[in-house]
Write a protein that binds this ligand. Structure first.
Ligand SMILES: O=C1O[C@H]([C@@H](O)CO)C(O)=C1O
Length: 588
């Protein structure tokens, strides 16, 4: 039987249907946050990141690990199984603040027990803010072993980006050694210490060239040209672009050591984002990026479309012994294999810190709802002097004369359950001896191991001033990029020499400081940061140079731990929290 519908009732039905669809659309965009379920296996793989076959730490058969893509407000749920035969593992989600989930921060001995071989740990956390992030191992030197990948958070469904572009690329920068990370660990922990030296290769999305150079024909050295067929694991990254478009290039650095500089031949870049926060846009020819940082730049493909262009990445801040990493910007009117007509762009001289400082000082916050201004004053100021020391002949880095050693019970559970035997109960000092001369090697090079915690009062404003000094060798002071877990901080200022509380505080930028999670302290200088203790948890604050953290260069902040919710037992099944759990089970 045919359904008889008169034209008028058809109209009514259409209106009802339409309003239903529209109202549903609104409901959908309001609750569109998703949970993204992922199943990961961390494993060792044979891989050839730079043409030399090595063993890398990969995820699900990939190196670098898979890129996570999500939208602001989404929940990431990763079932992570440790397929490493004989060692534990954890993964840190760098730049994600873990608001309400401090046990998911992925820091061994701090937020959780390392995941044992064969076991699975579920990382469940919210990505609350759009931006360019990455993830990496945070146990021993597993970042050096290759455990890393990109984590990109787009704006929430239905929201508009405040920057406009036609396409986007993600680049993760890392450095690579041919010596295995375990041997590096032993070298660094020996007496006398054996330094790891400069990396053999710089990698762009896990790709570099060691035995050959893509740019051999432009140099007068004796480098071998690469004979690549394409498809090799060490073939360069190629960014395919169309002419006269604007692209967003997301750049993150998870290097173990190297400070880097990135340039695109013939193309200017407009810096728009740093560490997941918008910045006031500024134009550059090249950009400095330290380990732990991320940036977004916009570039416009306004160059001759019958050519390809280099993207080159060079070492800064340490005397380079590593050739640049190269990628290609490919316009459609030319073949992919056509090399650019000129040599790759060169970086500023490695020790031209004036260039670095002028770049860093151009980073200013885009003041607005997503980038609030800092509180005008702080409740506590902690000044952290870093020194390179000896303890019983072992070379260490110390902060206010304490060289961090991580305990076997993770701090988070230990503090929440009052297990005082888990770590040093004496908090480290808020100040160093102000008579210390930062311009020369220490008169007394002794230091002490420690695992104490800075207890920060919840809901207060804390200033941290990083104070650099001369290392063990005369006339040497190194770059240290410091990364804070659980927070973004405002970078209030940089200065030369010794930070002076009388005069330098008055010069803080309180109007438009950038919000970041990693900030560099320059040789013989200081850097001042401010943050609000609004995120219950235990958070590491450390030099992001992996061997430096291994040698003690970090501190631990605890805030509002009594407010932390139920810590998953899987995060505590070791050390004294493990014993506590076993005893409580016996009672049941
Ligand atoms: O921590 C380090 O140790 C070496 C050097 O200072 C001693 O060999 C170096 O360059 C570092 O960054």
């Amino acid at each position: 039987m045919a359904l008889l519908v008169n034209p008028w009732s058809m109209k009514v039905i259409k209106v009802i249907l339409l309003s239903y669809i529209i109202s549903n659309l609104f409901v959908q965009s309001a609750n569109s946050a998703k949970t993204r379920h992922l199943k990961w296996k961390v494993e060792y793989l044979h891989w050839s990141p730079d043409g030399v076959e090595s063993v890398v730490m990969g995820i699900n058969g990939q190196f670098p690990g898979p890129t996570i893509r999500a939208r602001a407000g989404d929940t990431i749920n990763i079932e992570l199984t440790n397929k490493l035969p004989t060692e534990g593992v954890v993964i840190h989600w760098h730049g994600i603040r873990q608001i309400g989930t401090p046990w998911a921060d992925g820091t061994a001995s701090i937020s959780q027990c390392a995941i044992n071989p064969g076991e699975t740990f579920v990382y469940n956390f919210k990505v609350d803010k759009a931006g360019t992030y990455f993830y990496h191992g945070h146990y021993g030197m597993q970042r050096s072993a290759g455990l890393y990948g990109s984590l990109i958070v787009d704006v929430a469904e239905g929201e508009r980006e405040i920057i406009h572009y036609n396409g986007a690329f993600d680049i993760l920068l890392t450095d690579w050694w041919h010596k295995a990370s375990h041997e590096q660990e032993v070298d660094l922990s020996s007496n006398p210490m054996r330094w790891i030296g400069e990396p053999q290769t710089l990698l762009i999305n896990g790709r570099g060239q060691f035995n050959c150079s893509l740019a051999a024909q432009y140099s007068n050295s004796t480098e071998n040209p690469c004979t690549l067929r394409g498809g090799e694991q060490y073939a360069p990254e190629i960014l395919h672009v169309l002419p006269n478009k604007t692209y967003r290039l997301r750049i993150a650095s998870s290097t173990a050591l190297a400070s880097l500089n990135l340039a695109i031949g013939n193309h200017k870049m407009v810096v728009v984002e740093a560490d997941g926060n918008y910045v006031q846009p500024f134009t550059v020819d090249n950009l400095d990026i330290y380990s732990g940082e991320s940036y977004s730049v916009l570039f416009t493909t306004n160059q001759d479309p019958s050519k390809n262009y280099w993207i080159s990445v060079n070492v800064r801040g340490r005397k380079p012994q590593t050739p640049p990493a190269l990628a290609l910007l490919h316009y459609p009117n030319t073949h992919i294999s056509t090399l650019p007509t000129s040599a790759p762009p060169v970086a500023p001289r490695w020790d031209d810190y004036d260039v670095s400082k002028s770049f860093t000082k151009k980073l200013l916050g885009l003041v607005g709802p997503t980038n609030p201004q800092p509180p005008p004053t702080s409740d506590r100021r902690i000044i952290l002097l870093n020194t390179q020391n000896f303890i019983d002949g072992y070379t260490r880095w110390s902060i206010n004369n304490v060289s961090l050693v991580l305990p076997s019970t993770p701090y988070l559970g230990a503090i929440k359950y009052g297990l005082n035997g888990a770590f040093d109960q004496n908090p480290p000092p808020d100040r160093y001896n102000y008579t210390y001369d930062v311009t020369v090697p220490a008169a007394n090079q002794n230091s002490a191991y420690g695992s104490g915690v800075y207890n920060l009062t919840f809901g207060t404003t804390v200033d941290v001033v990083l104070q650099n000094a001369n290392a063990i060798k005369a006339n040497v002071s190194e770059i240290h990029p410091w990364h804070l877990h659980g927070h973004d901080f405002w970078v209030l200022g940089y200065g030369e020499g010794k930070f002076d509380e009388e005069t330098d505080v008055a010069k803080f930028n309180l109007r438009d400081p950038p919000l970041k999670n990693t900030a560099v302290v320059y040789p013989f200088g200081w850097t001042a940061l401010r943050f609000v203790t609004d995120n219950p948890g235990v958070w590491a604050f450390h030099c992001h140079i992996e061997p430096h953290l291994h040698m003690g260069m970090g501190v631990i902040f605890a805030e509002g731990v009594d407010r932390v919710g139920r810590i998953p037992v899987e995060a505590m099944a070791c050390g004294l929290t493990g014993k506590m759990l076993m005893n409580s089970n016996v009672r049941h």
